[in-house]
Design a binder for this molecule. Structure first.
Ligand code: T3D
Length: 265
């Protein structure tokens, strides 16, 4: 890591259509302060560009992210914080942006993911975790409520019973358990996590981006509609995908028995 990178709370690198975003405050387990939020917002803006066809989010050092930096939350007697302001300004836009990116977002959880850190990971499309990683809804330990989409995603992913127990007890969930419950996609040996996560992210950056983005959006919208209404959404999505260059490229390559070279258009 260069000297400049050491001093920057978010490292973002674009190569071959894949934007790799590294949370980089390892001494504080990559917890979020304002500077890191602002740098993250910039990285997510970059992710919206058509040049970016997949995104990989990970953390530097031994942790993924410990949520809010609590050193910024030591209040003087009588001071009454409005934590809704931070959610409005930073956490909520981040989660909405990750979900709205019309391209795959992979999260490589390289260590502990606590508080908002856990829920930022769960907002991503494909979550890979290192064997030693764990997920902690740490909010209850400090009198708060799971945010960053935690109370929305957890019941969807693992059901209400587990979501409530994790949120009320703050029990850590190890990577293997998270996979078994369907909270994440896969568990990888710690020393192979980044190799496999990059392999997946770079592969996805070569795939038909429009179709993948539409698939992501349709799946995310599924819970909001009746079947008939949702079939309409699929129809519209298929219409749009069918007009993409990559659809034509895919069909042509199929009949030519060749590997398709998708363009993301
Ligand atoms: O406030 C708002 O704006 C509302 C939004 C809230 C969103 C939230 O995320 S609230 C929840 C905040 N996060 C937490 O409550 C988690 C706090 N951290 C922990 O519980 C533990 O650190 C972990 C379970 C994550 C990891 O434990 P362990 O034993 O592996 O590491 P450690 O020794 O506790 O932490 C290592 C260092 O990181 C340590 O610093 P030191 O003693 O070496 O100088 C520790 O203080 C620091 N650290 C860890 N988490 C945070 C942190 N520093 C600031 N803020 C943190 N969240």
């Amino acid at each position: 890591m260069s000297k400049t990178e050491q001093d920057t709370p978010i490292i973002s690198k674009l190569a071959d259509g894949c934007l790799e975003i590294t949370l980089n405050r390892p001494d504080r387990l990559n917890s979020f302060n304002v500077a890191m939020h602002e740098a993250m917002a910039k990285a997510i803006e970059t992710a919206k560009s058509d040049d970016v066809r997949s995104v990989l989010i990970t953390g530097a050092g031994r942790g993924f992210c410990a949520g809010q930096d609590l050193t910024d939350r030591v209040f003087s007697e009588g001071e009454m914080p409005d934590l809704g302001e931070t959610l409005d300004a930073y956490y909520n836009p981040l989660i909405k942006n990750i979900r709205a990116l019309k391209k795959p977002v992979i999260c490589a959880v390289n260590g502990v993911a606590a508080g908002a850190g856990a829920n930022i990971a769960l907002a991503c499309d494909i979550v890979l975790a290192g064997k030693s990683a764990k997920f902690i809804q740490a909010f209850c330990k400090i009198g708060l409520v799971p945010d960053s989409g935690g109370t929305y995603m957890l019941p969807k992913l693992i059901g209400e019973a587990r979501a409530k127990a994790l949120s009320l007890l703050g029990t850590p969930v190890m990577a293997d358990q998270a996979k078994q419950w369907g909270m994440i996609w896969d568990v990888i040996d710690d020393d192979k996590l980044m190799v496999e996560a990059r392999e997946m992210a770079y592969f996805l950056a070569t795939q038909p981006t429009i179709g993948l983005g539409l698939s992501k959006m349709a799946i995310q919208a599924a819970g909001d509609h009746e079947l008939a209404e949702h079939l309409e959404i699929e129809k519209q999505s298929q219409r749009e995908a069918g007009r993409s260059d990559d659809y034509r490229i895919g069909v042509k390559a199929f009949f030519a028995k060749q590997k398709p070279v998708f363009t993301g258009k």
